[in-house]
Design a protein around this ligand. Structure first.
Ligand SMILES: C[S@@+](CC[C@H](N)C(=O)[O-])C[C@H]1O[C@@H](n2cnc3c(N)ncnc32)[C@H](O)[C@@H]1O
Length: 337
């Protein structure tokens, strides 16, 4: 998290409290307000942070007692307790859509991601999952894919790329001058969603720099086909970093939307393949189960759900489990929800 973000957040909180309770009262330092000092102040602060954390958990699923709580304490440590108290109390009446919660969640979420994050998994999806999925979708000639919690978009473009390759291997797409395009009649739709507007902005731009341990740390050589080099306008570029844009023949199949996984109603239906990786680890079991049911609701029978090896399937009634070389995958059965 950059200092700028933290400072912006604190400034926003203070502005919100000012408008909620009146500038002169709200911004008075604690000592002028009450005799509480030292240990009392830090106890009060810990209680308020805990209250805020419960709000984060109920609105965004991110559970307390983790790294997130330490981040929150660091962001709020210099705030006078009376200001914090008023702010927390005004926050508890706001829904998750409110700008204050949004700026808090931007600072609490982990956006770590990169292209081809798990090569064994990608190979398994390409070789074992997609061929039968494509064969089973012959009647309506469309593949619908969703990356739920897509962060800055790398996973979404990965999915578009491997689906295009899969369609080509199945004889449902052709390649001309390096561009892969589905054959007439076949369609591809890849949706990326996330709670973070900042991450979604980067995702929609589809431009990535080759800085250190960034987006390209794991990229297999043949995946470079989906990028073109791009000149960044001066001011927008970091020195010594090369920038690459997703080529239009991949990008045209991709859309991004904001979506909170805590919603019980999915933003789409009839999905054939869903990736929901490296996010459910932040949620407790009750929330994991609710999210898995929501994902099941978004899928058509025979659709495949991939959550990575570290997340257990809890919505067992709605899926048949498979284990491949790249980890577990779950096929949506016909049990209604
Ligand atoms: C570590 S990234 C995972 C990115 C990608 N799926 C991957 O595996 O590389 C986790 C993402 O989950 C998002 N996230 C956290 N809580 C969320 C929620 N309640 N609804 C939607 N997205 C959420 C974060 O904003 C973050 O971008």
């Amino acid at each position: 998290m950059s200092n700028n973000n933290v400072n912006d957040l604190i400034a926003q909180m203070q502005a919100a409290v000012k408008s909620a309770v009146g500038a002169s009262q709200a911004m008075r330092p604690l000592q002028a307000h009450s005799p509480t000092t030292g240990a009392h102040q830090s106890n009060d602060q810990a209680g308020l942070i805990n209250q805020l954390m419960l709000g984060v958990e109920s609105r965004f699923g991110i559970k307390s007692g983790s790294l997130v709580e330490r981040k929150l304490a660091r962001i709020l440590k210099d705030m006078p307790v009376n200001v914090l108290r008023d702010w927390v109390s005004s926050m508890t009446t706001c829904t998750s859509e409110h700008a204050e919660w949004q700026s808090l969640v931007e600072n609490l979420t982990v956006h770590e991601t990169y292209f081809c994050r798990d090569p064994d998994l990608m190979e398994m999806v390409t070789n074992d999952v997609l061929p039968s999925l494509i064969a089973s979708r012959e009647s309506h000639q469309q593949l619908q894919v969703w990356s739920a919690a897509s962060s800055t978009g790398e996973e979404v473009y990965d999915l578009a790329y491997i689906c295009l390759k899969g369609l080509m291997q199945a004889g449902k797409a052709s390649q001309t001058d390096g561009r892969i395009a589905p054959t007439k009649g076949w369609g591809l739709y890849v949706l990326g969603t996330d709670i973070s507007n900042q991450a979604l902005r980067t995702a929609r731009e589809g431009v990535y720099g080759d800085l250190g341990m960034g987006s390209f740390r794991n990229l297999p050589a043949h995946w470079r086909a989906m990028f073109e080099t791009v000149e960044m306008p001066s001011g927008g570029a970091m020195q010594g970093v090369n920038y690459f844009r997703i080529r239009d023949w991949v990008r045209q199949f991709v859309r991004f939307e904001r979506f909170n996984l805590m919603n019980t109603r999915p933003p789409v239906s009839g999905m054939d393949l869903i990736f929901c990786r490296n996010v459910l680890i932040y949620f407790d079991d009750a929330v994991k189960l609710a999210v898995q049911k929501m994902l099941a609701r978004a899928m058509s029978p025979g659709g495949v759900l991939i959550m990575g090896a570290s997340v257990q399937l809890l919505a067992t009634d709605y899926f048949d489990s498979h284990l491949g070389r790249g980890g577990p995958w779950y096929v949506r059965n016909k049990v209604p929800l």
